[in-house]
Design a binder for this molecule. Structure first.
Ligand SMILES: [Fe+2]
Ligand SMILES: [Fe+2]
Length: 191
């Protein structure tokens, strides 16, 4: 069952109208990026409707569901359970809607923190989450221009904007983000 409108109704029951609007914005941005970079848009449109479906669950509920469904848990997930929202949300979509297209799964999994194994579609989806029309932070227009021109350079900028935000707000950095940053900037990283 991959009817986009049905998935949108499913999402509307799980999140606030503000987050629904964000998800629709991600859908629009992902469609534009996919079209302009020659990537199939349909899996990313589905990912847009799924990626934040668990974003409004409390940390202890994210941990509870991850435990019940036996999702792999890292130390950093226990410290900062919000990092689980993509993986828990994908599992909800798999269980409730039967969505298991690996292109949707990887885009949703990697949207939260990035990952060195991202393919071009995952990267475009990550960028779409950051540049959708509802975003208004400083440098978003610079990121929008770069996303149209140079995907890896845009991803590096998006990560650096994230890292600045995380460090300013004292939040936990996912090691996958640092590994991706090292990959993009051409340095080796330890596994
Ligand atoms: Fe998210
Ligand atoms: Fe999002």
């Amino acid at each position: 069952m991959t009817d986009l409108e049905a998935v949108r109704r499913w999402l509307a029951e799980k999140v606030s109208s503000r987050r629904l609007l964000h998800s629709e914005g991600v859908l629009a941005a992902a469609t534009d990026l996919a079209d302009s970079h020659g990537v199939e848009a349909a899996p990313l449109q589905l990912a847009a409707m799924v990626h934040d479906c668990a974003r409004e669950l409390a940390g202890d509920e994210l941990l509870r569901r991850a435990g019940e469904w036996e999702l792999p848990l890292r130390q950093v997930d226990r410290i900062s359970p919000v990092l689980l929202h993509g993986r828990v949300g994908m599992e909800m979509a798999r269980r409730e809607l039967g969505i298991d297209d690996p292109r949707v799964v990887s885009a949703v999994y990697y949207h939260t923190a990035g990952h060195p194994d991202m393919d071009i579609a995952d990267k475009l989806f990550f960028l779409a989450d950051h540049i959708e029309p509802g975003r208004g932070y400083e440098r978003v227009d610079e990121l929008r221009r770069l996303a149209a021109a140079d995907v890896d350079a845009a991803l590096l900028l998006a990560i650096d904007i994230n890292l600045d935000y995380l460090s300013a707000s004292g939040k936990t950095v996912d090691p996958d983000t640092l590994a991706l940053r090292a990959r993009l900037s051409g340095r080796n990283h330890s596994p």
